[in-house]
Design a protein around this ligand. Structure first.
Ligand code: MCN
Length: 792
């Protein structure tokens, strides 16, 4: 019997190549390409009065300098606003090169193309831009004050405003026996993948074809945007994604200014052009996330049951709004987590500031939402003197209430409905894993040793795998090898391994015979991309459906050849055979030969094509009307709606009584992503996510000064946790299968990061005995909070 691969902790097949230095990243390509570099605004807010390139033109090796004035047609128009939404009041997006105004430090003002990057950077230094400096708007408070306005023509800085209400929350709160107000802040952070952005373009003049390599999470989105900007037909643009060294959301935005300028210049110059982002560029000119100010008012009964919840969110969206309101809409709808809130009202304002743009970063708005909800849960427990786990339990949606409609509308206007989940079991598991009931004794023991420890808990749900669709193509070659293609891209998630696991089971072939291609519009033109923890659900389902289609065809052809009924056949180890009679069978590769009336087989030994001379049935056309030659199948998966993954984290911290150093002693995770395709990969994903959650809670922040300068725009200054700061992570899995897709999967790629700030705040609060309402928190901030608390 072939071993079932789905569910096995298979080692990642891509790792051997990647960790032995055989990966091919964007900057490994295009050795003969011209190099691009960008003149970027040094000011947070300014009017560009003049750009003087005269001194630059003398530099040997310079090829071209472009400014906005060189752009015409769609290139001169602002970049697209990707996801329009009725809540957007004034949706501003950047130009490929600044037109008159710059709205954040790092905004591209001019593009230099030169023989190599050294020359290009030298030229950048010689270009003199005359700026009229305008007032910066930094941070939520200043944006709300609206004494200074980011965008000319606007009366304030409110880019979007939305209210959603289920029931009459304010009346329910007013009538509730208990009421609390909670005010919270989360600061800016960012993805900072190991490899920055990058793009390399080749224009083929005779064929009028553009080949674009991009370190992107969305190959087909880039293709569509670049085709539109360059006024090309879609069929004239191919986007190929090489190995990508991490994305975490920041590589989804399509198109980035550099992503349209590089191919545009390649066509204009008739020569390959490449741009690779440096680290400082990534800090100031890519994207950030997280910054929100939240005010929560909650009404509840004496058992801790929520009666009404009113949440007001101010969201910093940075200088432009290319992504619409996706982040605050996720915060505002998914913050309810596993709970029934009673009546619910949520209002958000998305605000322009003269800082880097905000696009979804792993977790995409959910860490902030979970922070609001879980801090509120702890405040209720504190108010009533209740066990913190118990307050959560009384508010859970129960498994028999699924599917559960929260009554809210998601980004695409569809209702937010939880499909499945078992929160009481998750809670029991996490309490067991962390030793919740034994913690009081542990705390006493620690106290006797002069140590201060605290325990925190945070719960979350995550709508994963949004549509609209993803495709899969599976093909059996005449040598029996299986080629699988899907349009999503890979940044380190191990898609090659998991998709091969799925196809191995569906087709009955060994994984070693399966090759998986991702992110290449030549192999899969219709695709959406890798974000929102959708890869396993979307492409996993699509390749499973495609493989099933192919399997049916293979069995049909084999049934003819073996003069058997296809229902009596099975595929084992790449061979189709009659059940119970393993001797009579036919290799899948031979079926691939039979599937093509040309009947050429590729002979491995002689490396030559040989023609089969089977008997032909002259009464039938060589290819039946409803059939196609070849042994391949394509299918698409398009879900009704997101499927809801969920989980709970529990953490024990120790805080130093003198230095206020915060040490994580235990980090426990219970995670439910439905059926696990590969537990090893899922645990790796959870580890990576938790590392980013810890980073966002204790270390990382974007330190803008009041003038809009980012003070920590390098890895020397940006405090990223090392392996020494990331704790050992203990994981337990719960599998509640999703009823929405054929494999019962829910997403896993973002989960680890989501409750990080909430759970660490809870644990520190528990250790210290005073409220933690702002994250991240550093030892010096904790130290000052202690002083303030001690002095009343
Ligand atoms: N998986 C599984 N069983 C499940 C669910 C998932 O075995 N029930 C596997 C998947 O097959 C996949 C991995 O776990 O190999 C993550 O799956 P999924 O949750 O579908 O997420 P995506 O494949 O869509 O990846 C995107 C997700 C997101 S949104 C961010 S951000 C993120 C993340 O993945 N960025 C990453 N993980 C990352 N990991 C790396 N190394 N680099 C990034 O940039």
């Amino acid at each position: 019997m072939t071993t079932k691969m789905f569910g096995l902790p298979v080692q990642r097949t891509e790792d051997q190549r990647l960790i032995t230095g055989k990966g091919g990243y964007l900057d490994d390509l295009g050795a003969g390409a011209y190099a691009a570099a960008f003149v970027r605004s040094p000011h947070a807010h300014a009017r560009v009065r003049d750009i003087d390139v005269m001194a630059a033109l003398e530099v040997d090796g310079l090829v071209a300098v472009y400014t906005h004035d060189d752009l015409t047609g769609p290139m001169a128009e602002p970049l697209p606003l990707l996801i329009p939404h009725p809540s957007i009041l004034d949706g501003r997006t950047a130009h490929a090169l600044a037109k008159e105004y710059v709205h954040h430090v790092g905004e591209p003002v001019a593009m230099v193309v030169a023989r190599d990057r050294y020359i290009a950077e030298d030229v950048v230094e010689r270009i003199a831009v005359d700026y009229e400096i305008l007032d910066p708007v930094v941070g939520i408070e200043q944006a709300l004050l609206a004494e200074r306005v980011v965008h000319a023509g606007m009366g304030d800085n409110v880019a979007a405003h939305l209210v959603q209400e289920v029931g009459d929350a304010r009346a329910a709160i007013a009538a509730a026996p208990n009421r609390l107000d909670v005010e919270l802040d989360i600061e800016r952070s960012a993805c900072t993948p190991m490899e920055g952005r990058g793009v390399y373009a080749r224009w083929d003049g005779p064929d009028q074809m553009l080949r674009l390599y991009s370190s992107t999470q969305t190959a087909s989105g880039v293709r569509a945007a670049v085709a539109a900007k360059l006024e090309l037909q879609l069929g004239q643009v191919e986007v190929v994604v090489p190995d990508v060294g991490g994305g975490f959301g920041v590589k989804i935005m399509h198109p980035w200014p550099e992503e349209v300028m590089v191919p545009w210049a390649a066509r204009a110059l008739g020569h390959e052009v490449k741009w690779t982002e440096d680290r400082r560029e990534h800090f100031v000119a890519a994207a950030h996330e997280r910054a929100q100010h939240q005010r929560v008012t909650v009404g509840f009964d004496d058992d801790g049951r929520l009666l009404g919840l009113d949440v007001d969110i101010s969201h910093d969206n940075g200088a432009y709004l290319p992504y619409g309101v996706i982040v605050p809409i996720i915060t505002s709808t998914q913050l309810l987590g596993p709970y029934k809130p009673g009546a619910y009202r949520v209002e958000f304002r998305s605000l322009y500031t003269t800082t880097a743009i905000v696009t979804p970063y792993r977790g995409a708005g959910r860490p902030q939402g979970v922070f609001a909800m879980e801090r509120t849960m702890d405040a209720i427990a504190q108010h009533l003197g209740m066990d913190r786990a118990e307050v959560r339990a009384v508010n859970f949606i129960q498994p028999d209430e699924m599917p559960y409609d929260q009554g809210l509308l998601f980004q695409d206007g569809r209702p937010l409905i939880y499909d499945s989940g078992d929160y009481p079991t998750s809670l029991a598991m996490i309490k067991d894993l962390v030793g919740w009931d034994d913690f009081t004794a542990y705390r006493e023991e620690a106290r006797a040793q002069g140590r201060t420890v605290g325990l925190g808990l945070a719960c979350y749900v995550e709508g994963t795998g949004p549509g609209p669709y993803e495709g899969g193509h599976v093909q059996v070659e005449t040598n029996g090898k299986v080629r699988v293609a899907t349009g999503l891209t890979s940044q380190g998630q191990g898609h090659q391994t998991v998709l091969a696991q799925i196809v191995a089971d569906e087709l009955g072939v060994p994984m070693s015979d399966i090759e998986v291609t991702t992110g290449d519009t030549r192999r899969m033109a219709y695709s959406v991309g890798t974000y929102a923890s959708r890869g396993a659900i979307m492409s996993g389902s699509a390749v499973a459906l495609a493989a099933r289609r192919l399997r049916e065809k293979a069995l049909r052809i084999a049934a003819d050849a073996l003069e058997a009924d296809s229902g009596d056949l099975e595929i084992v180890d790449g061979r189709i055979r009659v059940k119970g009679s393993p001797a009579s069978g036919i290799e899948l590769g031979t079926v691939a030969v039979l599937s093509n009336p040309l009947r050429y087989a590729f002979d491995e030994a002689s490396k030559a094509a040989t023609q089969f001379t089977g008997a032909a049935d002259f009464a039938k056309p060589p290819v039946a009307e409803d059939d196609e030659p070849g042994l391949e199948g394509t299918d698409f998966y398009s879900p009704l709606r997101c499927t809801f993954a969920s989980g709970m984290h529990a953490v024990i911290v120790e805080t130093d009584p003198e230095t206020a150093d915060i040490k994580i002693l235990r980090y426990c995770v219970v995670h439910d992503c439905g059926k696990l395709i590969n537990p090893l990969i899922v645990e790796g994903q959870v580890h990576g996510g938790v590392a980013q959650g810890v980073a966002g809670a204790l270390y990382e922040r974007m330190a803008y000064d009041p003038g809009g300068q980012l003070l920590n725009a390098s890895f020397m200054d940006f405090l990223m946790p090392y392996a020494s700061e990331v704790p050992t992570i203990e994981i337990d899995h719960l599998e509640t299968p999703s009823p929405l897709n054929p494999l019962g999967i829910k997403g896993a790629g973002e989960a680890g990061v989501i409750p990080g700030a909430a759970v660490l705040a809870a644990a520190i609060e528990d250790a210290e005995g005073f409220a933690i309402q702002r994250m991240p928190i550093s030892p010096s901030e904790l130290f000052h909070l202690r002083r303030r608390f001690a002095s009343g």
